[in-house]
Design a protein around this ligand. Structure first.
Ligand code: NI
Length: 135
């Protein structure tokens, strides 16, 4: 039996952020972002999906321990209990859920391979998530 499948592993991290564009005046930031300019935190959920052929020996798309280790070392250790605005990844971009998804992709694609990494889904809370697939 052979085939291609997508496998998703879920991770969580807690991080703080604020929406703020340094080049704008405080008034412009307030107008655009409102209360989101005030530092606050979220318990994020991250779903990482890899796609590929099912290895006929293991029956798996990817070694699940390897996937867990890569995401932990590359993303979770960096973002958990971090001030996202202080991370170099967000020096030039506001740490919105959209931009966090892009940043996670940029961190993981070199480790997993862009052909194997299929999708990154970042949940800011149970009512909001953003998908990014590298396109
Ligand atoms: Ni927020």
């Amino acid at each position: 039996m052979s085939g291609t499948a997508s496998t998703t592993r879920r991770f969580t991290f807690s991080a703080g952020h604020r929406y703020h564009v340094p080049a704008w005046s405080p008034e412009d930031n307030e107008r655009r972002f409102g209360r989101l300019t005030v530092p606050h935190g979220h318990n994020y959920t991250l779903d990482v999906t890899v796609r590929g052929a099912i290895d006929p020996r293991t029956g798996m798309v990817i070694d699940l321990g390897e996937l867990k280790r890569i995401v932990q070392e590359t993303v979770i250790e960096r973002f958990d209990h971090a001030d996202l605005n202080a991370d170099a990844l967000f020096r030039e971009r506001v740490p919105t859920t959209e931009n966090i998804a892009l940043a996670v992709w940029d961190l993981l694609a070199p480790k997993l391979g862009p052909d194997r990494l299929a999708r990154v889904r970042v949940w800011e809370d149970p009512t909001l998530f953003v998908d990014y697939d590298g396109s």
